[in-house]
Design a protein around this ligand. Structure first.
Ligand SMILES: NC(=O)c1ccc[n+]([C@@H]2O[C@H](COP(=O)([O-])OP(=O)(O)OC[C@H]3O[C@@H](n4cnc5c(N)ncnc54)[C@H](OP(=O)(O)O)[C@@H]3O)[C@@H](O)[C@H]2O)c1
Length: 221
């Protein structure tokens, strides 16, 4: 696998729904070049992208995959429509959640002891998957960002089996206006999946570290 780029300039977003467009606007505010793609062609989405995310460029998925960092913001049940070859060698943030009470049960995830991101990593073996941005609502993402050092700055967790990818995404999270807190390997993302305290509300970095630490302890019998 090639190494992750150390400098981030372009963000490719797969998905122009609620989360994809919120990430796009926040990334544009932070000064990144943003390319956004759906399963449709660039020409089919160019007008809507211009209206909803002014400044972002509507592209085909292949061009989004030429960015320095990719954000996967498609509905989880559509993950098999992602092309593993296209995403090979890239660092990608998996913002997707398996939330059966809301989205319904999915055979690929129900009963599998792995986190949804570990299942995505297995489907995209040549992509460096970083689990993050899944535990902040799309509205909040654009409202809660703060300058570094602000007393009310919110923290976001990130987990990956690739340290370089994690460092790249930590820088991105910081530029979006959040303290990035390293949760550990991809499996540690279990601590902020739907149903957890981290998923349910906002936390600063100190609180986030404490919650991630507590999640490592075995549950009392
Ligand atoms: N809603 C939240 O606040 C929130 C917060 C954090 C995480 N999440 C998670 O983020 C994910 C996306 O949620 P959402 O609410 O943004 O969904 P959404 O509004 O339904 O948008 C999904 C987007 O993905 C596109 N898409 C589908 N297949 C694609 C593919 N193969 N390549 C590129 N784009 C594709 C769809 O476009 P076309 O079908 O037209 O191509 C659509 O633009 C979910 O897993 C959700 O659990 C949601």
């Amino acid at each position: 696998m090639t190494t992750a780029p150390t400098e981030l300039r372009t963000i490719g977003i797969l998905g122009a729904g609620r989360v994809g467009t919120a990430v796009a606007r926040q990334a544009l505010k932070a000064g990144y070049e943003v390319k956004i793609a759906t399963a449709k062609s660039a020409s089919e989405i160019s007008l809507i992208v211009e209206i909803i995310t002014p400044g972002a460029i509507a592209v085909d998925a292949a061009e989004a995959a030429s960015a320095d960092l990719v954000v996967i913001a498609v509905p989880l049940h559509k993950y098999r429509t992602l092309d593993p070859e296209l995403l090979a060698g890239l660092t990608a943030i998996d913002v997707m959640n398996y939330w059966a009470p809301i989205d319904g049960e999915l055979d690929d995830f129900e009963g599998d002891p792995r986190t949804s991101s570990e299942i995505i990593q297995a489907y995209l073996p040549e992509t460096r998957i970083v689990k993050s941005l899944n535990h902040i609502g799309y509205h909040d993402l654009e409202e809660d960002g703060r300058e570094p050092g602000s007393p009310d700055r919110r923290a976001l967790a990130l987990a990956s089996d690739d340290e370089e990818a994690k460092a790249l995404v930590a820088g991105f999270i910081d530029r979006l206006g959040y303290d990035a807190v390293d949760a550990g390997p991809l499996s540690a993302g279990r601590a902020y999946q739907p149903g957890t305290e981290i998923f349910a509300s906002a936390h600063n970095a100190e609180q986030m570290r404490a919650l991630l630490e507590a999640a490592k302890q075995p549950a009392p019998s």
